[in-house]
Design a protein around this ligand. Structure first.
Ligand code: PMP
Length: 352
């Protein structure tokens, strides 16, 4: 028997909501980023007319490439928008995955083939055939994948690149958590575009800064389609400063990964199926939709927000899945306490 899911919403007006749905990093910007953004703000009346050369140079240095191969965007989402708008006539989307490829594709009348990559409901690997790759004009790969947190092995990406003339867009939004990248392949494969963001590892989601890396002519073509001042001066200053504070961010990301791994062990100890995530979030599978919905509603009642499979954040995610952004230690602690008590209540009410 299920404990009753209905009840009065006990979320008090004074209770500060805990957002573990959208993946905020849960840590403040580095001192250098704070200083640089304050100074950029004092020039808020001016367009960012100095251009983006310095930002592109800094990103290129970070990516071990050249600035002619880099284009900064208004968040990774603008990169997705530009790629889909220019190349997305026929798209392959590896499900379940981040929803923005589909969302933009639909608004641009793309033809979409969804390829389920989750086998036995637990293991995620690319599932493209040679015929799919021949059909497509744009192929998406999200590495590590959001929301499963799975790493796509480089050999699988190489297989795709070797079997298509379509644009292959590799979304490395969570690169800072893995260190795995295919940027080194852009010289060899002219159809490869890698996109990244400052929203995740660098915790600058509120400033909207991302970038693309590809061969020079592809980058020039993408640039023409973007607005002249697509990145504002505060985001530009923040990006340059963040890449000059790598020591600070490395420490923060390492701490966040430790929190994630600890949380995964904890949830697994409660009898929940836990994917091994390589992103800034954990990904759980409950025993049934009823169990998921009950826990989700109870957490929400307590002011703790997480994502569940049916949320519009994901494409093609069906089943009793929950994604939890790692956030900070206190928020995660509050979630752990609630989750433990809810799982205990569940086991006490289940027929023996
Ligand atoms: N790719 C993936 C896989 C993401 O999860 C996100 C953000 N949720 C993005 C791209 C876009 O990031 P942003 O627009 O915040 O830079």
């Amino acid at each position: 028997m299920w404990p009753l899911a209905i009840g009065i919403n006990r979320m008090s007006k004074d209770l500060k909501p805990i957002h573990l749905d959208y993946s905020g990093a849960g840590y403040p910007p580095s001192a250098l980023v704070k200083k640089a953004t304050r100074s950029a703000l004092s020039h808020a009346d001016c367009y960012p007319y100095e251009g983006y050369d310095k930002l592109h140079e800094k990103i290129a240095e970070y990516c071990k490439t050249e600035s002619k191969n880099v284009f900064a965007t208004n968040g990774g989402d603008e990169a997705i928008e530009l790629i889909v708008t220019l190349f997305g006539r026929r798209m392959l989307i590896p499900t379940p995955t981040y929803n923005e490829y589909e969302y933009i594709g639909k608004s641009r009348n793309s033809e979409i083939r969804y390829k389920n990559c989750l086998s036995n409901d637990i293991s995620y690997s690319l599932n493209y055939t040679k015929a799919d790759l021949k059909w497509a004009t744009l192929v998406w790969i999200c590495n590590p994948n959001n929301p499963t947190g799975s790493i796509i092995p480089k050999k699988d990406i190489l297989w795709v690149l070797d079997n298509t003339d379509a644009i292959v867009a590799v979304d490395e939004a969570y690169y800072e958590f893995t260190g795995n990248s295919v940027i080194d392949l852009i010289k060899r494969y002219k159809n490869l575009i890698v996109l990244r963001t400052f929203s995740k590892g660098f915790g600058l989601a509120g400033l909207r800064l991302g970038y693309m890396v590809s061969n020079q002519s592809r980058i020039s073509y993408l640039k023409v389609a973007a607005q002249e001042f697509n990145v504002n001066r505060i985001a530009r200053a923040a990006g340059i400063a963040a890449l000059s504070s790598l020591g600070y961010y490395k420490r923060r990301i390492a701490a966040m990964k430790r929190l994630r791994d600890e949380f995964e062990r904890f949830a697994s100890g409660l009898g929940i199926y836990v994917f091994k995530s390589n992103g800034g979030f954990a990904f759980l599978k409950f025993k049934s939709i009823a169990e998921l919905e009950w826990i989700y509603a109870k957490l929400k009642n307590k002011g703790i927000f997480v994502f569940k499979a049916s949320d519009s954040e994901f494409t093609g995610l069906k089943g009793p899945y929950m994604r939890i952004a790692i956030g900070n230690r206190d928020d995660l602690h509050a979630l752990k306490r609630e989750l433990k008590s809810l799982m205990q209540r569940l086991s006490n009410t289940k027929p023996k």
